[in-house]
Design a protein around this ligand. Sequence first.
Ligand code: NAD
Length: 486
Amino acid sequence: MSVEQAVQQLANYIGGDWRPVEGVETLDDIDPATGEIAAVVPLSGEAEVCAAADAARAAQPGWRAVPPQRRARAVLALREELERRRSELVALVSADMGKTLADADGEVGRGIESVESAAAIPHLLKGETLEGVAQGVDVEMVRQPVGVVAAITPFNFPAMIPLWFLPYAIACGNSFILKPSEQDPRPAALIVEMVDSIEEIPPGVVNLVHGGREAVTAILEEPGIDAVSFVGRAETARIVAEGAARTGKRVQALGGAKNSLVVMPDADLDETTAAIMGSAFGAAGQRCLAGSVCLVVGDPGRQAEVRATLVEAASQLTIGPGGDPATDVCPMVSAAAREKVAEAIGQGERDGAKLLLDGRRDAGPAGTFLGPTIAAANPESDLAREELFGPLLTIVDVPDLDAALEFLNGSRYGNAGAIFTRSGEAVRRYRFGAEVGMLGVNVGVPAPVAWFPFAGWKDSCDGDLHANGTDAVDFYTRKKVITSRW
Ligand code: NAD
């Protein structure tokens, strides 16, 4: 068998059938560690999106009529399938996105928690009543599904983010179309393969369309789709939010981030350093919760101590393929992504930043390796303000907590932030004043568990409702209020 023949040609999954896509452009799905072509991704367009919307529309009335307890059991069957094939999914996340196996296992575990949270749907769907609002008149509120909903997901959590949406959407009685990132869509395809094996989920309830921009445009234009969930860069989130609004769709669009980690003078430096290493360099900085700016509060002596400690710890990290258990810093998703960050580091240096640790060494066989990099930079520089999404930590010295809050609240983003301290008073001021949706206290990656809403503020989220938890149920249902006189 030739290499070309061995490469997997990905197919769409529409109306319960795997459908090869003919006559469209394709993209190679590359293993970020080796540069080998792992799969060929069809870049679907309007015809494929329209077929998925038709299949989803046809399936939805029947699915909506299934009692919520049975829909919950179907979601639980997916949970069992995810656990049964967990190691396979973990290995695929690592191979396709590049992250370490430990990170991939954490991601899949978080995805399973979303499924578990959605399995409580009979409770979550319950409405409200108020008796006797007038003589013989009662009022009830019930929740009904929105209809056909789509999710457009990013490369950095190729299993978890599809699982933020799929289980809640179908548990609420909607049918669902997933358009995963074209850069690493194989974990999403495996999840849909699991769905396909579950008898309780009828054909057409879950559909998969591979593609890039053109598929997104088709989703936004498609009249048969009622709501869109999106996660990706802030620029794309805005395109999606505007496009959805233009065609009258409900939308939640989670965007990018530039998260600050505040190190107070009383922080335990060992524990803080370990947390910052994980936050800044885990998954090669390609997490929306990555701490990419470290705000060091204190006098110049303390600031120098924190810097030296961070540089020393980062220089001990091992760079390597995600599949190697010794690896701390995995490859970036593509050579282009690596190049963008390397160029930004060079530009930052030319603009006056001081490189304390330079990771721009051997880029590896696929041109994707970038070592941990630490720069001391001006608070208004691009290194301190722009999302660069790589293993790059920018250190900004600030005199006090007020200055730290002023810096972080000056960001266009408001995804996450964290403070490291032993002071309850400092924590109280920080949690009161920080303009972020997710906040950590001595926690470097403050990812909410699935029973809580997940998203940021400002340009980190276009839309009112966050992912997961009761927000997901609010997003995927419409409220109807019935006033009765008997
Ligand atoms: P991206 O915006 O490039 O892509 C996301 C999705 O949008 C993909 O499915 C892609 O096919 C599509 N897309 C890309 N460009 C488009 C365009 N111009 N028009 C229409 N569709 C387009 O994002 P990415 O690089 O895959 O993911 C990384 C980004 O996601 C980072 O900015 C990260 O912060 C963000 N992110 C945010 C959260 C959050 O919770 N807020 C979570 C994870 C990732």
